[in-house]
Design a binder for this molecule. Structure first.
Ligand code: ZN
Length: 259
């Protein structure tokens, strides 16, 4: 048996020199870990990163999955995917009283602060990380709401395209870059709202690429009204085709008007 191959994997902490980013790597030799970390965090330059043994993480060598909770206990820090707070050992001190809807909400938050320990952190160094299960649950709700808005707005824009151009063939499904795209963010009041929608569609005579119906929220530079566009090379074909189709008077409303 080859002695080199059976040398056990050991954990190494590789960090940028400012210690703001880094990860645990598992390798048989420090130089292997350092190279991997330098590629990820130091533009490939070994001198940009430090590499130290992290014996406390050796027990995760089998899976390579290091829980964020254990890393925080070792002085690492993360950002909560849900609330954006810095998660380190002092997290509960950082949770502010904030705004509470009612007394029971305030008491609930106080209880959460009192009870929190790093072991309650959800996630690993390779996944989304959350302060605790409450933040993870809140995030799942936000994700579901975001998906619901995306689906609703995409359906509405597809309807606008087909109402205006019944012969259009919507680009859907498999094409990751051209399928209907809706971008959702929070507005100033904290509500999830659509900011941008793009629906691509093929049309008779198209040669280069699908045309699009695009809308940006009115707060953006190009924002306000949905607009149609196509490649320069397809412009003549698109315009000829568009001229041949009657403009209906009852196009479905764009999201801002309908919100
Ligand atoms: Zn959080």
């Amino acid at each position: 048996m080859n002695a080199i191959a059976t040398k056990p994997l050991k954990a190494y902490a590789v960090n940028e020199h400012d210690e703001q980013s880094g990860a645990i790597y598992f390798a048989r030799h420090a130089i292997t870990a350092r190279k991997a970390g330098a590629n990820e965090y130091g533009d490939g330059e070994l001198s940009y990163v430090s590499c130290k043994r992290a014996p406390w993480a050796d027990r995760f060598a089998d899976t390579g999955i290091v829980p964020a909770s254990v890393m925080v206990e070792q002085g690492w820090h993360f950002e909560c995917t849900c609330c954006g707070v810095r998660i380190d050992e002092d997290l509960s001190d950082r949770w502010q009283e904030g705004q509470h809807d009612c007394l029971s909400d305030m008491l609930r938050q106080a209880r959460r602060r009192r009870k929190w320990t790093p072991s309650m952190i959800v996630g690993t160094q390779h996944s989304a990380v959350f302060c605790d299960a409450a933040c993870e649950a809140a995030w799942q709700i936000v994700r579901a709401e975001t998906r619901r808005i995306e689906a609703r707005i995409a359906a509405r824009f597809k309807a606008i395209v087909l109402r205006r151009f019944p012969d259009a063939e919507i680009v859907d499904g498999g094409d990751r870059f051209q399928r209907p795209h809706v971008y959702v963010t929070r507005n100033a009041a904290g509500r999830l709202v659509p900011r941008q929608a793009v629906v691509a569609f093929r049309f008779p005579g198209m040669k280069s690429a699908p045309a699009t119906l695009r809308w940006d929220h009115r707060s953006t530079y190009h924002g306000g009204k949905p607009h149609w566009s196509c490649c320069v090379g397809d412009q003549a074909a698109f315009e000829a085709w568009a001229r041949g189709q009657a403009v209906p008077s009852d196009l479905p409303p764009v999201p801002e008007e309908a919100a």
